[in-house]
Ligand binder design. Structure first.
Ligand code: A3P
Length: 283
């Protein structure tokens, strides 16, 4: 079985289990000085982690080029990531794709910071579609038409994009919750880096900001073997059919969805997002 179900949400068996998710939700301790990057998959997680790693080191790329991204900021819902997170000493950098309703309860009594990254869901769908063809922990997506249905129903690992965003955006007024979009990182990287620096309590000078932006650019990350997933063993990722650093653009959905499919997506989007009181770049 490729997936298992935890509270109505699918998870890849390859990296997680009910036992892990139950432990995370009820027992794992989020600490006050943790910074947790939370995303729906394919929203720019690794890009944010690269930016944060560079900010932490004042724009010096040596650290992000010497340690795999999953060791820099372990994924708490994976078996290896959880072990690493438990062994790391504070201040920890953690990552998660968990929806808010099953995120560690201990977060609610902590001052830990959440950096939540979102992306135009049509581009998430396309990125997910390609990734699923090569990542052996995800089901073959079938045709784009078929995957559109699967995605809109939320029958994908980590569940529905709509539930994910709706759940986390309920925290939007909390002082320790910060949200960013893939599109703002793309179109306004310097401002995003400055904002992130402030969250870290760091004031970077102009050259350091330039260095963060440059070293976290698509082409630099594509060449960084610690970030481009080339180190992921073949048993998990078919490197012949796919590339984790695929395109790195916004609007690629226009090359994949027909007008009718896009309009269908919009109808579902409007219905599901009608009570979310935030206007996103893609609205
Ligand atoms: P595409 O498949 O559209 O190219 P995640 O890290 O959440 O899995 O997201 C992966 C997506 O982010 C991929 O999108 C990948 O190319 C893109 N990405 C990664 N690093 C990036 C960067 N530096 N600039 C722009 N996009 C980037």
């Amino acid at each position: 079985m490729l997936y298992f179900n935890y509270k109505g949400i699918l998870f890849p068996t390859i990296s997680s289990s009910v036992k892990i998710l139950n432990y995370l939700e009820n027992e794992f301790q989020i600490l006050d000085d943790d910074i947790v990057t939370v995303t729906y998959p394919k929203s720019g997680t690794n890009w944010m982690l690269e930016i944060l790693g560079l900010i932490q080191h004042d724009g010096d790329p040596s650290w992000v080029r010497s340690l795999p991204v999953w060791d820099r900021s372990p994924w708490i819902e994976t078996e290896d990531g959880l072990k690493k997170a438990l062994a790391d000493s504070p201040p920890r950098r953690l990552s998660s794709h968990l929806q808010f309703q099953i995120f560690p309860k201990s977060f609610l009594n902590s001052k830990a910071k959440i950096i939540y990254v979102m992306r135009n869901p049509k581009d998430v769908l396309v990125s997910h579609y390609h990734f699923s063809k090569s990542f052996k922990g995800f089901q073959d997506p079938g045709t784009i038409e078929e995957f559109l249905e699967t995605f809109l129903k939320g029958d994908v690992p980590f569940g529905s994009w709509f539930d994910h965003v709706r759940g986390w955006m309920e925290l939007k007024d909390r002082p320790n919750f910060f949200f960013f979009t893939y599109e703002e990182l793309l179109h306004n990287p310097r401002d995003s880096v400055k904002k992130l620096g402030q969250i870290f309590g760091k004031t970077l000078n102009s050259q350091q900001i330039d260095s963060v932006v440059e070293n976290a650019s698509f082409h630099k990350m594509k060449d960084n073997k610690m970030s481009n997933f080339s180190q992921v063993p073949d048993k998990y990722f078919d490197h012949n059919t796919g590339n984790f650093m695929r395109k790195g653009v916004s609007g690629d959905w226009k090359n994949h969805l027909t007008v009718a499919q896009s309009e269908y997506f919009d109808r579902v989007y409007q219905e599901k997002m009608q009570h979310v009181n935030v206007t996103f770049q893609w609205d």
